[in-house]
Design a protein. Structure first.
Length: 317
């Protein structure tokens, strides 16, 4: 059966930025996120022999969720300039490496990924989604698996049940109850994962929990009743869109051979290590000929990237 590999590029971007040392080229421009993401993508492509693949990023600007709830993600700080300036060169390099790249205005990368997964399932194509975003656990189904390279974790249906205490089709109900602090979506005050999973197991769904809210005693029950009006909106905000109009079809997402002239141009323009050197950094943590002052830094960076790909977290490095 053919396979579609989808990468949550925005998740990779932030992980690389925060996990790697402060890498800069000779002009003093930050390049760590570029270096880290390209390495992760090349490793993923080597590990998963996909027939189709895409790297999906959040587009700039508001989405429909801000229209529904103006406070959505309002708690997030602005993207650091040291990261923002790397996005353009990174996107160019990803495309030159042969990866289809998608960023659709008005929606999030999660929605684009969910739509592609839905289309692929309808065409008999298996899906592997590489992400660290728990929201995407709602996509897991027969033929759809999540992988998290930083945690060395693979989630199928049984894996989602073990990790969250609910099956994939109840992940959104679960998240609505506990809230999502990353996206600034409040849940029921002082209700954590265990209580949410317990209620869903007992009452079957968020609707069941809401219908029996008057029967739940104690402070948790009181907090639940206070949150009843917001819970349907919370679930709407946390539910991914699966039927977007996209400019591509799944079978348009075949990998292309790298544009070596374009890669060389980008390497020179942004004073990046060559793609050959990037490969060496992942495989061996080897010395990068990035300039005499940067060799030790890139040797360390190679070790960082290799450990991220093998499941280590930044705190462990």
């Amino acid at each position: 059966m053919p396979t579609l590999l989808l990468v949550d590029g925005s998740s990779y971007l932030y992980r690389a930025f925060h996990a790697l040392p402060d890498l800069r080229n000779r002009a003093g421009e930050p390049t760590g996120a570029i270096y880290g993401v390209l390495n992760m993508l090349r490793r993923l492509k080597a590990d998963f022999k996909a027939d189709y693949l895409a790297c999906v990023f959040d587009a700039r600007g508001k989405t429909f969720r801000e229209d529904l709830y103006p406070a959505y993600k309002a708690n997030r700080p602005a993207m650091p300039e040291e990261l923002a300036c790397q996005i353009g060169p990174l996107h160019e390099a990803i495309a030159a490496l042969g990866w289809p790249l998608l960023a659709i205005e008005g929606v999030e990368a999660d929605d684009v990924i969910a739509t592609l997964v839905s289309r692929a399932a309808g065409e008999g194509i298996e899906c592997v989604v590489s992400t660290g975003d728990k929201d995407l656990a709602q996509l897991v189904a027969p033929g759809v698996t999540l992988i998290d390279t930083m945690k060395n974790e693979t989630l199928d249906r049984e894996g989602v049940q073990r990790k969250f205490g609910v099956p994939p089709e109840r992940i959104v109900d679960y998240l609505a109850l506990i809230g999502d602090t990353v996206d600034n979506v409040p849940g029921v005050a002082k209700v954590g994962p265990k209580t949410a999973a317990k209620w869903i197991a007992e009452y079957g769904s968020l609707e069941g929990v809401i219908a029996h809210a008057g029967e739940i005693s104690g402070a948790a029950g009181e907090n639940l009743r206070r949150a009843l009006d917001f819970l349907p909106l919370a679930r709407r905000l946390l539910t991914v869109e699966r039927d977007l109009e996209l400019p591509v079809q799944v079978r348009d997402l075949a990998w292309r051979s790298p544009e070596r002239a374009r890669l060389a141009e980008l390497t020179a323009k942004h004073r990046l290590p060559s793609m050959h050197q990037v490969d060496l950094g992942v495989r061996a943590g080897g010395l990068m000929s990035y300039g005499p002052d940067f060799g030790e830094t890139f040797r360390l960076a190679g070790r960082y990237v290799g450990r991220i790909l093998n499941g280590a977290r930044p705190a462990e490095m």
